[in-house]
Design a protein around this ligand. Structure first.
Ligand code: NCD
Length: 307
């Protein structure tokens, strides 16, 4: 795929070979960062974040800085941009596309990135749109998995958490569906299961989806345990939001194979106790750090940089 000038709104826009090419580029960049230090020296990234973020915004900005590019940032756009005055997202994006060469957008509304990409004259990278998707997170999840297991084909991934309102698992399940023979075992409290239409879609694409009753059942023979937090800011009022609704426990870690890895998009709250950090299979910090290289690869691709 020639990515130059393209937006990235959904994992659905990427083929398996696009994903592999991006991850290969990220790996090259991680091996030898100085070789890419001025790749985007004439480009400007705008980070426009209408929802809280630590990792996604800072790693996009770090990625741009590591490629020698420039950054303009609205980290608090829901309170500090002209949205407060009533400006529409479309108008804001029309403006920002005149100020920057690429936009990373986070917004509380599913579909906001697609709407932004429609009106933008520069690529829009979806950095999370409500309960919708978070494609660059799925790419960095895949990067962490590939670094451990070499390939995503044939793997079994156990996902624990709020699979309904968490967008990272939405993008990750669509990504896993592009690989051969992948099984996704899901463990979620009632009402927080993978949305039905998404489940149907990933099954149609070839992902083996296996809801499990307990975490111990789910992790047996798994290659990856992927944990997500309760998205309390997005839960409808009738759903439970009590802390401690679910968590990784000793029994699950005992049942998880030795070769497996534990991932989490972060931030964690109480679903991933800090004692898990001492487990050699815990990879979530490394996973987040890899996000810089994956986002470097994305920025270089949509800006058409020749590597
Ligand atoms: C995730 C998000 O914003 O969707 N965070 C991230 O980007 N790493 C996960 C979350 O907030 O739970």
């Amino acid at each position: 795929m020639n990515w130059k000038g393209q937006s990235l709104v959904s994992v659905q826009e990427l083929s398996r070979s696009d994903i592999e090419a991006l991850l290969d580029t990220a790996a090259l960049m991680q091996e030898d960062p100085p070789a890419y230090a001025s790749l985007l020296s004439r480009s400007i990234l705008a980070t426009l974040f209408f929802e809280p973020s630590t990792r996604t915004r800072l790693s996009f900005e770090s990625a741009m800085a590591r490629l020698g590019g420039h950054i303009i940032s609205a980290p608090n756009a829901s309170e500090m941009s002209s949205a407060v005055k009533g400006e529409t997202l479309a108008d804001t994006i029309r403006m920002v596309s005149g100020y920057a060469d690429v936009i990373a957008l986070r917004h509380p509304r599913a579909g906001a990135s697609a709407e932004a990409a429609e009106v933008s004259t520069v690529p829009v990278l979806n950095a999370g749109d409500g309960t919708g998707e978070h494609p660059t997170q799925a790419l960095l999840d895949a990067y962490a998995i590939r670094r451990q297991h070499g390939s995503l084909d044939g793997l079994t991934v156990a996902a624990l958490g709020d699979l309904a309102y968490g967008r990272t698992i939405h993008s990750l399940s669509l990504l896993l569906a592009k690989y051969q023979g992948v099984t996704l075992r899901t463990v979620a409290p009632r009402g927080l299961e993978l949305p039905k239409d998404l489940a149907a879609e990933v099954r149609r694409l070839g992902l083996r989806l296996e809801p499990a009753d307990t975490l111990v059942d789910a992790v047996a023979d798994s290659d990856v345990l992927y944990v997500t937090r309760l998205q309390k800011e997005r839960l409808p009022a009738h759903l439970p939001r009590a802390p401690g609704l679910y968590a990784v426990d000793r029994a699950a870690l005992d049942a998880l194979p030795r070769h497996a890895i534990i991932l989490h998009p972060l931030p964690r709250v109480d679903e991933l106790p800090i004692w898990v950090d001492a487990d050699p299979r815990a990879r979530y910090i490394e996973q987040a750090h890899g996000g810089v290289y994956v986002r470097m690869a994305c920025l270089a691709a949509v800006l058409g940089a020749s590597l």
